[in-house]
Write a protein of this length. Structure first.
Ligand SMILES: Cc1cc2nc3c(=O)[nH]c(=O)nc-3n(C[C@H](O)[C@H](O)[C@H](O)COP(=O)(O)OP(=O)(O)OC[C@H]3O[C@@H](n4cnc5c(N)ncnc54)[C@H](O)[C@@H]3O)c2cc1C
Lengths: 286, 761
């Protein structure tokens, strides 16, 4: 197996185009597991950790451009205030060791329905920036990025460059249920973002459908019902109804980690609680 | 007048927190585990395993595998020179499957190659033509007339029938329940590993991580068709065991490949293979009924316990023995009817795991004690205190408990410990169920407290000839007195090496004690299981040291012209009654070494009566109690264990720190079974053979623990010791389960308790 180590983005894209059998590797926290379990035998590994451009983030016009190679640990310490939902999700990923290595780009690359970065990116309406040597750069709304179980919209010659996320204009929440209290793959997860500037609500559901997905109908429902102007307390019944709509948007299965019924049930609870917390935060901020 | 110099007392004796000789190496990562074994000429062995729970092997074609460059051998059942069978109690398990495979993961063929990856690729090219057969995967069906037979002799491994007291007892208060326990894995951190080196005499030297070298040797000899002197075993660094290394894994396979290739062969499982490569804790289905007086005094018990033994016997019969003879807990029952069954299925084989049959039963009897408490309106501590056995009582097999049985005191101790404070107004997420998963800020959270008290036999039971052998030598080298202790007892992390040193220091008054590697050059030490090594190998080391001491003092008596009676050994010297130095050891021994080998047995135990289950089956009982405090998010079914406090009688704490360490670890393991640890098996297939989905408690799941150690010496045991390792694993889980029930008000008749059980979704 070849180990390819480009040192610039252009070189990385060129190698990607030349070697369709090469598997990109960033933090390696998914790739190495696949190799160790003998689930994959790529012809080559394309190491992206020497591509400086991927390790940076910047902020422009209220939007963070987060390089694909920025690990969770840095998202937590450097972006906790601007991207609170993503940082909350990052805090739940694996163990400290995994958070030092694992990246948001790698999470998108794996496109697991249980990837924890996905729900907050969906809730925030993020866009994934991908590029190829042949066709240059394009942007994919994150909701269109996930195309199936562990499949994404990348073309074979493309790499993920970055993800663009608007800085939070309102409270964000991320909740993840697992059967132990740390180092656990989500049984279900839910992200919520309130966008008071647009009087809109964003959501993201994890581990409860073939792909991470939004609960679009629930978003519209809640946005329509919330008292944006008066900021009156969120009625329990409204939170409840929102939770039920979020649960209805899921399409979960039974597996070793949990039952479909529990996943739906827990999403309803998480969405209800998250909406209450976020709205209370907004009222307090006012 | 001469002032007699007093010898400095030897330190690091029993009762002190002596340092482990392997401690620094382990924490600095330098300790060589079995997976670190290396030989410059070695090749790698891998195992091809069955993908089916039950199938007939029509044909195995290895030709393609043999053509892979780098492959030096491919072996199947035809290549087993001796008997193609092994097993702890019954040799019913093929070394390599011949006609049938009986569980998913059963070894079918072996490959040796110059690189493990090459060996795996070659193994993938072995063509096995399977005729898939219907599999028996529901233990409850195993004894039905129309159930598929796992072995020609039928699907029953053992039925233990226990009857005592009235035949048809009645009582004013009757409580009953059904309970189910899932399959737990030992999940030791160091997967199976070994290195077999072919020897010039045509035999083989095997370095392997195991629990009992001599029982391994016996089985390997049978399969290789070789006498014991040709099959020599040395213990390699063991990364945990918990019963999972009692059965053979790589042993015969590595030897077969080494003898065939003439090269040293290393075999090392990955985590997934490890899940298939050792036995698990038996899943149990249980029905219990207790009858009691209106004040809660127990009148009778009826219990039906069914253990799924999987495809091969392993130690199922002995586990049934424990589940039956100890399966009602440490309570007084005038009348008893227990039927415990172990059956064959096409599920993964089950066998020894820490707690050995008592763990499963404890969940049922402790849940039912809580039911009884509720039914008669007394609290859970009181109901147990009222019914708990005391020293001098007979247990349910009619055996008199002839040393401390402090059931009531242990309960009182844990009940008296301070309770953890309530959650603050704005708790840290890490202190809440779900932790940083941010699933609650206090909503839906209710606290529950649960109690449990259990007991376990120490040592091998039911008439087994349970002994250990120790060879101790005392010598002065380079001016320094050194005691050397040689046994075949497996140090698996529990601290036996330290215990051996402490005993030798105590008995010989010598600071320098070297525990040489365990191997088969000395007699059997028995198994590192059943909480028995400190008792039995400790007893053997003590006896051998005493023999050495006697010999040394006799020499000293002659040299000094004094009677032996007033002499002792301390501070590397021969001392008098007042500790005054009389001679250096060098003066007495010169260049001679004094060496003694002793085979040591505990009091015999006896088989139980086949009709009534009555008899003195056990040599010693160890008691422990737990109190668990949990916070449960009742809406999401998530649990945070807030406190897990315990009291245990250890007879005598040879190494107090190590004792507490055992209790911490055992408590965590029992808690793991209550809340998350389960090998999920569907239709005979293991669905979670990895640490991604076989969940073990993390630091955020295991609370700080208060441990109360009681030392009521057992007059029949060396130094009064009582086995320590297993009791905490038995009583912690039921306490946690009880606390969760108390918090959420649900019956929860299955462990591990999953979130969907609490939320009923
Ligand atoms: C012990 C452990 C615990 C874990 N816990 C969690 C958890 O709690 N939550 C969670 O979501 N995940 C978890 N994971 C999975 C993993 O850590 C995450 O998915 C992580 O985000 C992967 O990032 P990485 O940089 O390590 O990716 P890698 O393993 O390097 O790559 C992952 C995939 O993305 C592709 N890829 C990487 N970078 C790019 C790029 N720039 N362009 C195109 N493709 C790319 C790779 O080819 C590969 O297919 C855990 C993993 C382990 C081992």
């Amino acid at each position: 197996m070849d180990f390819l180590q480009p040192s610039s983005w252009d070189e990385a894209l060129a190698v990607r185009a030349e070697r369709p059998d090469a598997l990109p590797i960033a933090g390696g926290t998914d790739v190495m597991v696949e190799l160790n379990f003998d689930r994959r035998r790529p012809g080559a590994l394309l190491d992206l950790t020497r591509v400086g451009e991927l390790q940076e983030w910047s902020i422009d016009d209220g939007t963070v451009r987060l390089g694909a190679g920025v690990p969770y640990g840095r998202v937590i310490t450097e972006l906790g205030d601007r991207l609170p939902g993503l940082a909350m999700a990052a805090r739940t990923v694996g163990s400290p060791q995994i958070r030092v290595r694992g990246t948001v780009g790698g999470n998108l690359g794996s496109a697991s329905p249980a990837g924890d970065a996905h729900p907050p990116l969906l809730a925030a309406g993020a866009e994934v920036e991908v590029a190829s040597a042949a066709r240059g750069t394009r942007r994919i709304p994150v909701a269109e990025f996930f195309t199936g179980v562990k499949r994404n919209a990348l073309e074979p010659d493309e790499l993920i460059a970055a993800v663009h996320v608007r800085t939070a204009r309102g409270p964000q929440q991320f909740c993840k249920v697992g059967t132990r209290n740390a180092m656990v793959i989500a049984v279900s997860a839910f992200a919520l973002a309130l966008h008071p500037d647009r009087q809109a609500v964003g959501t993201g559901i994890g581990s409860a459908a073939p792909t991470p997905r939004r609960a679009a109908e629930a978003e519209e429902f809640l946005a329509g019902e919330l008292d944006w102007a008066g900021r009156a307390a969120l009625p329990e019944s409204l939170a409840q109804a929102f939770g039920e709509r979020v649960a209805a948007a899921a399409a979960p299965i039974d597996d070793v980690r949990g039952t479909a019924a529990y996943r739906r049930h827990s999403l309803a609870v998480l969405a209800r609680r998250a909406a209450t917390w976020a709205w209370d935060d907004l009222r307090r901020a006012a | 007048m001469t002032t007699a110099q007093t010898a400095a007392r030897t330190t690091g004796r029993i009762g002190e927190n002596a340092q482990r000789p392997d401690g620094t190496l382990k924490v600095t990562g330098e300790f060589a585990y079995a997976s670190d074994l290396w030989h410059d000429d070695m090749v790698w062995g891998v195992t091809l395993r069955s993908p089916h729970p039950h199938a007939r092997i029509r044909r195995i074609d290895v030709t393609e595998a043999l053509t892979v460059p780098g492959v030096s051998a491919v072996l199947t059942a035809d290549d087993v020179p001796g008997e193609n069978a092994f097993g702890l109690e019954h040799a019913d398990q093929p070394v390599l499957a011949a006609e049938f495979v009986r569980y998913e993961g059963e070894p079918v063929a072996l490959v040796a190659a110059d690189h493990p990856e090459t060996a795996r690729r070659a193994a993938a090219r072995i063509r096995v033509d399977y005729e898939v057969l219907p599999a028996l995967t529901d233990a409850r069906r195993a004894l039905d007339d129309d159930a598929p037979l796992v072995h020609p002799g039928g699907n029953l491994v053992r039925h233990l029938r226990l009857r005592r007291g009235a035949e048809r007892p009645t009582a004013p208060v009757v409580v009953s329940l059904d309970f189910e326990v899932g399959m737990q894995d030992q999940a030791f951190l160091g997967p199976e590993s070994g290195l077999a080196v072919p020897a010039e005499d045509g035999g083989v030297d095997l370095y392997v991580a195991t629990q009992w070298l001599h029982v391994d040797q016996r089985q390997i000899c049978l399969a290789l068709g070789m006498p014991p002197e040709k099959v020599r075993l040395t213990l390699a660094g063991v990364g945990g065991a918990f019963g999972g290394r009692e059965d053979l894994s790589v042993h015969v396979h590595a030897c077969l490949l080494a003898l065939r290739t003439g090269r040293p062969v290393k075999m090392s499982y990955g985590r997934e293979e490890s899940f298939h490569g050792h036995v698990h804790r038996h899943p149990a289905t249980m029905t219990y009924e207790f009858g009691a007086e209106c004040d809660g005094t127990l009148v009778y018990a009826r219990a039906h316990v069914l253990l799924d033994g999987g495809a091969y016997a392993s130690s199922t019969a002995a586990v049934v023995g424990n589940a039956g003879t100890l399966g009602l807990g440490p309570y007084r029952f005038p009348s008893v009817a227990v039927d415990a069954y172990g059956v064959f299925t096409h599920n993964p084989p089950c066998g020894a795991m820490r707690g050995f049959g008592c763990v499963q039963a404890a969940f049922a009897h402790e849940a039912l004690m809580d039911e009884l408490a509720a039914a008669v309106g007394v609290d859970p501590v009181e109901i147990r205190r009222r019914n708990g056995v005391q020293e001098g009582d007979r247990n349910i097999t009619g055996q008199v408990i002839d040393s401390a049985a402090p059931v009531a005191e242990l309960l009182q101790r844990v009940a008296d410990l301070p309770l953890p404070p309530a959650l603050p107004e704005q708790p840290d997420l890490r202190d809440l169920p779900g932790a940083v998963g941010n699933t609650t800020h206090g909503e839906g959270v209710r606290r529950g407290v649960g109690y449990s008290v259990t007991y376990k036999n120490v040592g091998f039971s039911e008439g087994f000839d349970d002994y250990s052998t120790a060879r101790v030598r005392l010598q002065v080298t380079g001016g320094e007195a050194v005691a050397t202790v040689h046994t075949a007892a497996a140090e698996v992390g529990q601290g036996l090496v330290t215990v051996q040193q402490q005993i030798a220091r105590t008995e010989l008054g010598v600071e320098q004690v070297v525990v040489v590697p365990a191997d088969t050059a000395v007699g059997s030490a028995g198994s590192t299981s059943a909480s028995r090594q400190t008792y039995v190998t400790g007893g053997a080391v003590k006896a051998a040291c005493e023999a050495v001491r006697t010999a040394v003092l006799q020499r000293a008596a002659i040299a000094l012209g004094r009677p032996v009676a007033g002499l002792a050994l301390d501070g590397d010297k021969v001392v008098g009654a007042g500790g005054e130095v009389l001679a250096g050891l060098a003066d007495v021994l010169g260049d001679d070494a004094v060496e003694e080998t002793v085979e040591w047995r505990h009091r015999p135990t006896h088989a139980v009566d086949p009709e009534t289950g009555q008899g003195d089956a056990h040599v010693q009982f160890a008691f422990s109690a737990h109190r668990a405090v949990v916070d449960v998010d009742t809406e999401l079914g998530l649990v945070k264990v807030v406190a897990l406090d315990t009291a245990q009688d250890v007879g005598k704490a040879i190494n107090p720190d190590a004792v507490v360490g055992q209790i911490h670890g055992g408590s965590a393991q029992g808690m793991g079974l209550a809340l998350m640890e389960e090998v999920v098996v569907t239709d005979g297939h293991v669905r979670n053979p990895s640490f991604t989905d076989y969940l073990l408690p993390t630091v955020l799941d295991v609370p700080p623990m208060r441990v109360e150690v009681l030392e009521y010496a057992d007059p029949h045991a060396p130094y009064g010791v009582r086995g320590v390792g297993e009791p905490p694993t038995i009583s912690s889980g039921p306490a946690v389960a009880a606390a969760v029930r108390a918090a959420c008000g649900k019956p929860l008749r299955r462990v591990p308790i999953r979130p969907e059980h609490i939320t009923c979704t």
